[in-house]
Design a protein around this ligand. Structure first.
Ligand code: COA
Length: 177
C-alpha cells in the first residue's frame, strides 16, 4: 500500500459516528454512542478524561490521501507498570481493508518500544473482533490468553483477548526481518 502517516493535526471524529466502529470498540468515543452508553460513561467529560491519560490525545492516523482516517494512541501505565502501555485504535469504515490500521499500529508500536523505551505494549480486543486481532498478529503481537466474561458491551457479557508485544520479541522480530 501507499505510505500512511500518523499526525496530531486533524480531527477524524466524524468517522467515529458509526455503529460498525463503536460496537467493537472498548474506549469512549465522542460520537456514535447510544444514549445510555453516553450517560453511563459520563459523556464528554469521560472522553476528555480518557484522552488526558493518553500520550497522544489528538493523534490521528491518515490515509494515503492524507485524509484523517481514525484515531490511535498509547495509554501509559504508572508506578511498577510505567514501562507498559495499552494501544488502542479505531478507523472509519470507509478506510477498512486497506492496510492502514496495520501500518499505523506498526508505526506506533515501534515508537513506543524504541523511542518511549517501553518494555511491553498490550491490547485487549473483544474476542469477536477478528479484524482487530488480525491487525495485532500481523504486527507481531502474541496472544497471552482469553479474559473470559471481562467486559459488558450493549448489555451483553463478552470475552476479551489479551495480546502483547515485548521489547525483546520486537527486537528478535526486527533481526529476522
Ligand atoms: C479493526 C480495524 C482497526 C481494522 O482496520 P483495517 O484498516 O481494516 O485493517 P487492515 O486493513 O490493516 O487489516 C485488516 C486485516 O483483518 C482482516 N479482516 C478483516 N475483517 C476480518 C474478519 N471479519 N475476520 C478475519 N479477518 C478479517 C483483513 O483481511 C486484514 O488481514 P489481511 O491483510 O491478512 O488480509 C477496523 O476494523 C476498526 O477500526 N474497527 C472498529 C474499532 C476496533 O475494532 N478497534 C480495535 C479495538 S482493539
Amino acid at each position: 500500500m501507499a505510505r500512511s502517516a500518523i499526525t496530531r493535526h486533524r480531527s477524524p471524529r466524524g468517522h467515529a459516528s458509526n455503529y460498525s466502529v463503536t460496537t467493537v470498540y472498548g474506549c469512549p468515543l465522542p460520537l456514535g454512542w447510544t444514549q445510555s452508553e453516553h450517560e453511563n460513561r459520563g459523556g464528554k467529560r469521560a472522553w476528555q478524561d480518557s484522552n488526558l491519560r493518553h500520550t497522544a490525545p489528538e493523534t490521528v492516523a491518515l490515509s494515503p490521501e492524507l485524509q484523517a482516517a481514525g484515531g490511535i494512541g498509547l495509554q501509559l501505565g504508572s508506578d511498577i507498570e510505567r514501562r507498559s502501555a495499552e494501544i488502542g485504535y479505531w478507523f472509519g469504515e470507509a478506510f477498512w481493508g486497506r492496510g492502514i490500521a496495520t501500518a499505523a499500529v506498526g508505526v506506533l508500536t515501534r515508537y513506543g518500544l524504541e523511542t518511549l523505551d517501553l518494555t511491553r505494549i498490550f491490547a485487549v480486543p473483544f474476542a469477536s473482533s477478528s479484524a482487530s486481532i488480525r491487525v495485532l498478529e500481523k504486527c507481531g503481537y502474541i496472544c497471552e490468553g482469553t479474559m473470559h466474561r471481562s467486559a459488558i458491551k450493549e448489555g451483553a457479557v463478552i470475552d476479551q483477548v489479551l495480546y502483547a508485544l515485548t521489547d525483546e520479541d520486537f527486537a528478535r522480530r526486527s533481526l529476522m526481518a
